[in-house]
Design a protein around this ligand. Structure first.
Ligand SMILES: [Zn+2]
Length: 91
């Protein structure tokens, strides 16, 4: 958590702020990507998702994937919290 985009994401995981060259921002961007979404729904690494992971993280693509999953969870929780707030649910 060192760059500008990551600081923004700490406050709001749904932010569209990304810094080029930041691995954490890249993982967050991939968590929002159709390639990851398709892979997640399929329950396996699709060729396209593995390709973008390898482009972003090279030989560390599996470690990168763990970061993508973590961001995906944080983003989903953030959306649920926002929806709950909009519905006036008190949790
Ligand atoms: Zn960053």
């Amino acid at each position: 958590m060192t760059c500008w985009g990551c600081s923004k994401a700490e406050e709001n995981p749904q932010t569209g702020a990304y810094s080029a060259g930041c691995k954490e921002c890249t993982a967050r961007a991939l968590a929002n990507s159709p390639a990851y979404d398709t892979s997640r729904r399929a329950g396996r690494f699709t060729a396209e998702y593995k390709r973008v992971l390898t482009l972003a993280f090279g030989d560390d693509w599996q470690a990168g994937h763990e970061h993508v999953k973590r961001w995906s969870q944080r983003i989903a929780l953030s959306k649920m919290a926002r929806d709950a707030e909009e519905l006036g649910l008190d949790y």
